[in-house]
Design a binder for this molecule. Structure first.
Ligand SMILES: [Zn+2]
Length: 406
């Protein structure tokens, strides 16, 4: 596997600048397209699974994190508070849960509304040491595909199970193979909130979910979140270094701390449970992994440029330009490589990562045809342009791993 940092720069996907700071990458247009396609995919999957999306700010008062428990258990990973004047101190959030808990609390809820699934692709900040930062895999600004499911105790197992299902389905679409599933349990020390009964309850739920899934997994102590155990989906880079991409967590702690409740069928107040989950983890880490996995040759639905039109000579330029317009109208990311940019061979070589090349000569221009060269070397028979565009659009729309279906 290549190094995503090198490839990311070569392919103009992302970069960093010492003046912005270590661990704070920026996304160039090609990388932003990949990120957007992933976020759009996850949003669609979540909507179908009954999630509703929200936005919340990246700052919160220090008191918010004192209540959530982050200040007591997670402060070493947080940036120092900012002085806002008076006695106000704001903190760059280290996670989205406290904001979502407050949003849940802002409205009354009946048991009939549960499970209430709140999703957000949001930024969070972690004060990682500069020595461990690199590329997209270890960053200080993290954009997490996050969600919190507020549910009754009876619904927790089903919700955790469904979250694991979403993760596995997404990995199948993205071509990601986890190296292992980990049941992350608390360890010794003051890092974890103290409530043995709560931990046992949450661990029992996740153990049942993993056992029912039929997946092989390892239970590892000392890897839990401070407020509860989690299922971690582990991936590895080319050097075999393991990291956590997606998680499912069961949390009885924050609902208690934020005094969340719902009105049950009995008319009384009850405490909901929070399931924290991420389908594809942070966009930084998943894109780092995908760059290495595909060596920049992303599946067509993720490719920064999906189709490149190459007129053989200036005479075909008007037809080529019209073809680009037709592709854009269908929602494809299409560009043109003009003859002035080099010989046909040089232009084709420069576009080695583009899934679909449409070479346009006199015959194609006259008969409104497209002769495709696929990135995998195949060359389907020339097709009427409308058919070729429709077929590519269908393959991309279905997020197929392959480039062509005969
Ligand atoms: Zn959370």
């Amino acid at each position: 596997m290549p190094d995503h940092r090198k490839l990311g720069r070569e392919l103009d996907l992302f970069d960093t600048d010492p003046l912005i700071g270590a661990g704070l990458p920026y996304w160039l247009p090609a990388g932003a397209v990949v990120r957007h396609a992933l976020e759009e995919y996850v949003r669609g999957v979540e909507i179908r699974a009954g999630y509703r999306h929200v936005y919340s700010p990246v700052l919160g008062k220090r008191e918010l994190y004192e209540i959530s428990g982050h200040w007591a258990h997670y402060r070493d990973d947080m940036f120092p508070p900012m002085d806002l004047g008076g006695d106000e101190r704001a903190v760059l959030r280290p996670s989205l849960c406290p904001h979502h808990a407050l949003m849940y609390r802002s409205r009354p809820h009946s048991y009939r509304e549960l499970p209430l699934r709140m999703a957000e692709s949001g930024a969070m900040y972690r004060s990682e040491l500069s020595g461990v930062l690199g590329g997209l895999s270890r960053v200080r600004a993290i954009h997490l595909n996050d969600a919190h499911v507020f549910c009754t105790p009876d619904q927790v197992a089903d919700e955790a199970h469904a979250a694991l299902r979403l993760i596995r389905d997404a990995y199948a679409v993205l071509g990601i193979e986890p190296v292992r599933y980990r049941l992350s349990l608390r360890g010794s020390g003051g890092k974890y909130v103290a409530d043995d009964a709560m931990w046992r309850r949450a661990e029992a739920v996740l153990t049942d979910v993993l056992d029912a899934s039929g997946l092989a997994y390892e239970a590892v102590e000392g890897e839990a979140a401070f407020y509860g155990p989690k299922i971690d989906v582990q991936i590895a880079d080319g050097a075999g270094r393991e990291s956590t991409l997606s998680t499912v967590q069961v949390d009885f702690h924050q609902p208690e701390r934020f005094d969340l409740h719902y009105i049950g069928a009995d008319g009384a107040k009850h405490r909901p449970v929070m399931v924290h989950r991420s389908v594809i983890g942070s966009v930084e880490r998943v894109v780092a992994h995908l760059i290495e996995l595909y060596e920049g040759a992303f599946p067509a639905w993720l490719a920064p440029v999906q189709m490149l039109v190459l007129p053989i000579s200036a005479a075909e330029a008007p037809y080529a330009a019209a073809l680009v317009e037709r592709g854009l109208d269908q929602g494809l990311r299409v560009e043109i490589a003009h003859p002035e940019q080099g010989t046909l061979g040089a232009r084709i070589r420069a576009a080695r990562l583009v899934p679909y090349l449409a070479v346009v000569g006199a015959r194609e221009a006259t008969a409104d045809l497209v002769a495709l060269r696929l990135r995998d070397g195949r060359r389907p028979d020339p097709l009427p342009a409308a058919h070729a565009l429709a077929r590519i659009t269908a393959i991309i729309g279905a997020r197929k791993p392959g480039l062509w279906v005969d």
